[in-house]
Each structure stands twice: as structure tokens, then as C-alpha cells.
Design a protein around this ligand. Structure first.
Ligand code: FAD
Length: 345
């Protein structure tokens, strides 16, 4: 166990935050030993335990985390079952997500290609049901393996028990309590490509690719992402800082009257009586005039207004101040409240 441990290399915002306690766990036995530790117990009882993986979706609210950081580093990939149609794969939580996606693509397994190059670890992927380019990780997950940090008991969540929704799951909703140490995926052996979101189809066409392979799609997603997003380790960010706005049909129509070009997507679970529409928050922030804005060490990425950036040498409070200013300005201009996607701790 480390004390006063620097998390500078463990959060992609790149803030120099120290944790009061820090411990890496690589096995279920490691976790059970940790549960016996008095400092750990004290902090857990005060809800001051943070499971930290790649730190690519966390904003520390100050330079000191007054609690216990647990860093899961379970490793391994196993094929559990295989039929003519599909493969069931277990990936342990400490594996790097983008390497796992590359592995599945290299094995010609379909399902994760649109999620290529998302930073972070496999164990965090179910937490906010990561998504990109029309795909969500929930569509491939069949089980999530967890260990309870209070009791040390293992619990396997079925997909239904995970309560996945847009950038959410039971793990995000319930907060501190369980550590995900492995995730089981079902991936297809036959082509089921999703090309209709964002620029994928246009990009393929402009490169003369009319019959894309799985590898073409993964490569295209990576190229488009690299053009739009700050490079991890070069400019501090957590990718999309805010969730996209989910609004009523009436609100959407009100905005469309004023801005006919407003982009929108139907929300998957909408029923006719509660139909909701997703409006990209990046568009709202851009139209409110924030794209490319910079104030001292922080700002709004000039290629994607949904991304707040830290240029180095700043403090978490500067990002929080900017967040509040943007929220207030979007609310004033459109009457819409936008909420952070990032976990603020
Ligand atoms: C440049 C950039 C682009 C991004 N693009 C996308 C994108 O396209 N789509 C998207 O969905 N996200 C995106 N993100 C956000 C981020 O990459 C994902 O949310 C990712 O899954 C976070 O993984 P992590 O390992 O870094 O998790 P962390 O940031 O370490 O943790 C995130 C949350 O999960 C919890 N957690 C972490 N590991 C575990 C575990 N093993 N068990 C239980 N709880 C755990 C943490 O306590 C925290 O609440 C992007 C981030 C960056 C920096």
C-alpha cells in the first residue's frame, strides 16, 4: 500500500493529484486481503474509496484525494465457448480496452470495431456503457464479474442485471461497492457492420471502399477519432465531458424552429408516449460560442466542443469553473441543462 501517492500518470486530464492511500490489486485474493486492512475499511465506510482504472473518465475536484484508491490490474483473455456463429470471450478488467478491441478485430470477430481506440481499461467499459459511432458496449456484453468490496463475495451480473442505458449502468448508479474484475462478451463471426453513424460511410466512400471489411471499419473509426479528439498524454481531457442532451419532442421542435440544422437522433428506448430526442451537446456548446475558447490552463477543444481540455500546469478547479460557465450559457441560450459525463470525485 502506498501513501500520498501521485496520480499524475493515472488521470488523462493530467492533473497532479495525490491520493491518501493507493493499492494495486491483481487477483481476488489481493482484494480480500485489502478488505482486511483497517485504513481501507475506514475509508470504505465513509464512501471514500475509488476504483481507478485508466483515469480517462475521472475529474478529481482538488489536488488531494482524501481516501483510498484501488487500482485493479487483473490480466488475461480467454475464449470460453465457440459456435459456427459466435465466440464467447472473457477479458479481465485490467486489460487495455483498445488493445482488446484490436485483438478481436485481428481474430475477425464483429461487435467492438466501432468502439476502437476508446481510452481506458476493460473493467471500466460496462460502468458507463461506453459508446461511439452508433455502438454501445452493452450490445456485446453477456456477463460482468464483480467482487463486493465490503464482503469479498463474488457476484456475476447478467446483462439484464447490469441495467444498461445511455452512458449508464447499475455500476455507475450504485457508486462505491463493487469492483469489476472480468467481463464476458459475445462476438459474431459474420459481418454485421454499423456504418450509419457519424462520418463512417462517407469516409469509406471517399477512400474508394465500397465493401468495407471489419478491419476497414476499425481503421476508419480510429482515423476519424484521431482527427477530432485530443491525443491522450499530449493534451489533457476525458473525451466527451458532457453527456448528450435528451429532450422532449416539444423542446426539440422549439429548437428546430430557430435552428433548422440542429442535429438529432431518436432515443433507443423511447415509446410513442414518452418519445425523446438526443441532441449532441457538442452542437449546443458550439452554438453557444465556446468552441476553441481558452482561459489560462484550460479550454474547449477547437475540433470538438464537447471536449474540455487541460493544457498543463492547471488545477481541477479551473475545469470545474469552465464547466459551470458552459452549463449556464447553454441553459440561457437553449433552455437545456447539460450534465457531465465524467465522474467528478
Ligand atoms: C480522448 C478520450 C476519448 C474518449 N472517448 C470515449 C468514447 O468515444 N466513448 C465513451 O463512452 N467514452 C469515451 N471516453 C471516456 C473513457 O475513455 C471511458 O469512459 C472509459 O471506459 C473509462 O475507462 P477508464 O479505465 O479510464 O476508467 P476510469 O476513468 O478509471 O473510471 C471511470 C469510472 O469507472 C469506475 N471504474 C473503473 N474501473 C472499474 C472497475 N474495474 N470496477 C468498478 N468500477 C470501475 C471508476 O470508479 C469511475 O467511476 C474517452 C476518454 C478520452 C480521454
Amino acid at each position: 500500500m502506498e501513501k500520498n501517492f501521485s496520480l499524475l500518470g493515472l488521470n488523462t486530464f493530467g492533473f497532479d493529484v495525490k491520493a491518501k492511500f493507493f493499492e494495486k490489486v491483481q487477483s481476488l485474493d489481493d482484494v480480500r486481503n485489502l478488505i482486511g486492512n483497517q485504513d481501507f475499511k475506514d475509508n470504505l465506510n465513509k464512501s471514500r474509496v475509488l476504483v481507478l482504472s485508466g483515469g480517462s473518465n475521472i475529474l478529481f475536484s482538488s489536488g488531494f484525494y482524501d481516501g483510498f484508491v484501488v487500482y485493479p490490474d487483473f490480466k488475461g483473455i480467454e475464449t470460453l465457448d465457440e459456435t459456427a456463429e459466435q465466440v464467447k470471450i472473457r477479458c479481465y478488467g485490467g486489460e487495455v480496452w483498445k488493445d482488446f478491441v484490436d485483438y478481436t478485430v485481428s481474430k475477425n470477430l464483429y461487435g467492438l470495431e466501432n468502439l476502437a481506440d476508446i481510452p481506458g481499461k476493460v473493467g471500466a467499459a460496462p460502468v458507463q456503457n461506453i459508446g461511439a459511432y452508433g455502438a454501445e458496449v452493452k450490445d456485446t456484453i453477456c456477463q460482468v464479474h464483480t467482487i463486493d468490496l465490503f464482503s469479498g463475495k463474488v457476484r456475476v451480473f447478467s446483462k439484464e442485471e447490469c441495467e444498461f442505458s445511455y452512458r449508464n449502468s447499475i455500476f455507475k448508479k450504485s457508486g462505491v461497492g463493487s469492483l469489476i474484475y472480468a467481463v464476458d462478451f459475445i462476438l459474431k463471426k459474420h459481418a454485421e457492420l454499423k456504418l450509419d453513424y457519424g462520418n463512417i460511410r462517407n469516409y469509406l466512400a471517399s477512400n474508394g471502399i465500397t465493401h468495407p471489411t471489419l478491419q476497414d471499419v476499425a481503421k476508419t473509426v480510429k482515423t476519424i477519432r484521431a482527427e477530432k479528439l485530443p491525443e491522450v498524454g499530449v493534451v489533457g481531457s476525458v473525451g466527451s465531458f458532457f453527456q448528450n442532451a435528451i429532450v422532449s419532442i416539444e423542446k426539440y421542435q422549439e429548437i428546430k424552429q430557430l435552428y433548422p440544422e440542429v442535429p438529432s437522433y431518436p432515443v433507443e428506448s423511447s415509446t410513442a408516449s414518452t418519445a425523446m430526442i438526443k441532441i449532441p451537446s457538442g452542437w449546443l456548446i458550439d452554438r453557444a460560442g465556446w468552441k476553441g475558447y481558452r482561459e489560462n490552463h484550460v479550454g474547449v477543444w477547437d475540433k470538438q466542443a464537447l471536449v474540455l481540455v487541460h493544457y498543463g500546469g492547471g488545477k481541477p478547479q479551473e475545469i470545474l469553473d469552465l464547466m459551470h460557465k458552459i452549463q449556464a450559457s447553454v441553459k440561457t441560450k437553449f433552455g437545456i441543462e447539460i450534465h457531465p459525463e465524467v465522474n467528478i470525485v
